[in-house]
Design a protein around this ligand. Structure first.
Ligand SMILES: [Zn+2]
Length: 253
């Protein structure tokens, strides 16, 4: 049986002598594992559409629950991103996290759309990497069922809490913070809280339409990263590599 899908390549793993297994994020089938025959052979026509972070159209042949690529062509390769090691490593982190945020056979077109929009923003829009990273991490968490409660202190209801509890995904004010000491609570400014509320609630077409100071975006990115890695209970090699490429802001001042 043949099946034509659109999808984004999240991972490429060597398989047998010259083949590879791809993990592809699709709108209608969640993530799929597909076999790319002869991908590691010289001059394989599958090389471009089957590379990491390529978005393309794939015609698959299904036999006994295993999918093999019959034909593939790339629709978007995000070429500018591939020429910038820092952006490429950030995009690879998005792919690694999206693999955990998605499930097989569970359609999640919004997650695919989020990853594609973030890759597009990194490669073509002139927006801060911290902003794109924060949008991916927080919106991705929401789409996977981990939407935080950002509506006032979760203990007393005070309107402008200044701590975010990353394990519970909720806000805590100073007074309640002093009364209890459980959990990891990161300090957040009103600017960070505004940005978090925006990312969780905005229309998906306006994800990158907010602004904040460079310092706020850097701290926001640190909060959303801690939140996502706590929810997923793991770290990411591509994120570690990305951070190793960053110049600490102390060096620039
Ligand atoms: Zn409180």
């Amino acid at each position: 049986m043949y099946l034509t899908i659109h999808g984004l390549v999240l991972r490429v793993t060597a398989y047998k002598d010259q083949d590879a297994l791809l993990t592809v994020l699709t709108p209608d089938h969640g993530k799929l594992t597909v076999k790319a025959r002869g991908l590691r052979r010289k001059n394989s026509p599958l090389v471009a559409p089957c590379q990491l972070l390529a978005y393309g159209e794939f015609t698959l042949f299904e036999y006994r629950g295993m999918y093999t690529i019959n034909e593939a062509h790339a629709l978007e390769l995000f070429t500018p991103l591939r020429k910038d090691l820092q952006k490429l490593s950030l995009g690879t982190y998005f792919a690694q996290a999206a693999e955990l945020l998605s499930q097989e056979d569970l359609p999640n077109p919004e997650l695919l759309s989020l990853v594609l929009n973030c890759l597009y923003a990194l490669s073509k829009l002139n927006v801060s990497e911290y902003l794109v990273k924060s949008v991916f991490e927080l919106r991705g968490a929401c789409l996977a069922g981990y939407a935080p409660d950002l509506d006032g202190c979760h203990m007393c209801g005070a309107p402008y809490p200044n701590r975010f509890d990353i394990s519970q995904g909720c806000l805590v004010c100073t007074e309640c913070q002093n009364r209890t000491s459980e959990g990891i609570r990161l300090p957040i400014s009103s600017g960070i809280l505004d940005a978090m509320q925006y990312i969780c609630n905005c229309d998906s077409k306006r994800l990158f339409s907010f602004t904040a100071g460079a310092d706020t975006l850097e701290k926001l990115s640190s909060v959303t990263e801690s939140y996502l890695s706590t929810k997923l209970e793991r770290g990411f090699s591509a994120l570690d590599f990305y951070k190793s490429l960053m110049i600490p802001s102390d060096y620039l001042s």
